[in-house]
Design a protein around this ligand. Structure first.
Ligand code: GAP
Length: 451
């Protein structure tokens, strides 16, 4: 993890948040490479699940939302972690993570009292100052409250959303009434969520501000078997991660939540886990949320959210299956899975679809005007269609090394032969091999590599 963290900082993927002012816990800023990688992940998710399917529509709801939404959803009462403070050095940690790290046992779903007892019985030490001087374990709500200045009283009191899902549930009827959707259908949302996480994360694995890609797939349980749908979604998620993101299957597994661990709203939850350098951890959750959320919003808002089933003509409240993924966790997985050290070189073996730059263009030397002009014309033509890097600094070896580390799949060099016959050298990131092709073929070549 240390090597990956060093690479991402040195190559401009991400930096600690508020770095200039000493940092702000659990926040990160994404640099030029990180911003491109995130954009490519988002685009691919949207293309595969919204554009290509046809039974899922998109949504972009507000990040700030009425506090009653979160009362209705159950988050105000139950969306909390158990925390404990070291009285000596003031370190604050999540009690379950402290126990998991030290005793290597999963304590998801354990009560506050039980966590307290485990910490005391095992005389657990603070990982920072090595003292055993803990406060009592207590619950800490993860939602971020906000107060709108322009609105008086209760109406001005809201929360930054703790999941994108609620924006979907509260707009469910708006979408049904304003579009042509028919059951079964999904509503999808991509965007930031906020959680007051108290444990320092491992890179961007767990941060206070992060992006989610969530789908609520609505169906009538009377004419559709939820277990069949659940399996179909597992297959779709696996295909996305293995087939589209090209992640090594050996590093993936499914894990089913037990009764104690499962969220209050779910009848079944399975996590697709990735083997991060710090162990198998959740990448993507799949939950059968039943009609819990729509029922809660009917009760709390007093509005009717029933819809007519197109087959039975009955008024029903649909059930949902929810695949929910973190875009930043996908990014971290891609960096971990792609990081390769081989023959004294480091490169990021990531699929060209996701690479921040699809190709880099170099003039062989920077002080020959005709070479630079020719290279510029190739760069100018390609950059209209793809993200292309330009580099004319240092020797070719150094330029290759820096492109390898940001995962650029192809380096195109314009040399003296180019001036004679319009051919360029294409060098491949993963093998280091080189091949000559004609300038007129490059565009097609890149298009094919990106499918
Ligand atoms: N609507 C259901 C829901 O939010 P979740 O398991 O809490 O479920 C879904 O979150 C996904 O969001 C997770 O699988 C993870 O990828 C991502 N995620 C959750 N909390 C995160 C955090 N603090 N930082 C980064 N990603 C997070």
């Amino acid at each position: 993890m240390e090597k990956i963290s060093a690479l991402v900082k040195r190559r401009g993927f991400m930096y600690p948040g508020s770095d200039l002012y000493g940092g702000l816990a659990n926040t990160y800023d994404y640099g030029p490479m990180g911003a491109e990688l995130l954009r490519n992940i988002r685009d691919l998710w949207w293309t595969e699940f919204i554009q290509k399917r046809g039974d899922i529509v998109g949504l972009d709801a507000s990040l700030i939302s009425h506090h009653k939404i979160w009362v209705a959803s159950g988050h105000v009462a139950s969306f909390a972690d158990a925390m404990v403070d070291c009285k000596n050095c003031k370190l604050r940690v999540r009690a379950d993570h402290l126990i998991e790290d030290v005793l290597e046992k999963n304590v998801e779903g354990t009560t506050v009292e039980e966590l307290d007892k485990i910490i005391q019985d095992n005389k657990m030490l603070c990982p920072n100052c090595k003292k055993h001087e803990w406060t009592k374990v207590r619950k800490f709500n993860l939602l971020f409250p906000v107060q709108l200045g322009i609105v008086e009283g209760e109406q001005g009191y809201g929360y930054l959303r703790g999941e994108t899902a609620q924006g979907i549930f509260i707009n469910f009827k708006n979408v049904v009434d304003s579009t042509r959707v028919r059951l079964p259908f999904g509503m999808a949302q991509l965007g930031k969520s906020f959680r007051n996480e108290i444990t320092p994360g491992k890179s961007v694995f767990r941060t206070v501000e992060f992006e989610q890609g969530e789908i609520e797939y609505f169906f009538n349980p009377q004419n559709q078997n939820w277990e069949v749908l659940f399996e179909q979604w597992k297959k779709a998620m696996w295909e996305f991660v293995v087939g589209k993101l090209e992640i090594n299957q050996q590093n993936l597994r499914w894990r089913t939540h037990g009764d104690k661990e499962r969220s209050f709203y779910s009848k079944r939850t399975e996590d697709l886990e990735y083997n991060f350098p710090f162990g198998f951890k959740e990448l993507w959750g799949l939950a059968y949320r039943t009609d819990y959320d729509l029922r809660q919003h009917i009760q709390y808002s007093g509005k009717d959210l029933h819809i007519t089933d197109p087959i039975t003509n009955e008024k029903i409240i649909p059930h949902v299956i929810e695949p929910a993924v973190g875009i930043n966790r996908i990014l971290l997985m891609i960096l971990c899975d792609g990081y390769t050290e081989e023959n004294n070189r480091i490169y990021l073996r990531i699929t060209p679809k996701l690479a921040p730059f699809k190709a880099a263009v170099f003039p062989l030397v920077a002080n020959k005007e005709d070479l630079v002009d020719k290279a510029k014309s190739v760069y100018d033509e390609l950059k209209v269609h793809f993200m292309i890097a330009w580099d004319d600094r240092g020797n070719i070896g150094k330029r290759y090394a820096s492109q390898d580390e940001i995962g650029t799949p192809f380096c195109i060099t314009i040399d003296y032969q180019t001036l004679e016959n319009n051919s360029v050298t294409v060098r491949f990131r993963d093998t280091g091999e080189q091949k000559r092709i004609n300038i007129s073929e490059i565009k097609d070549y890149l298009h094919k590599a990106l499918v």
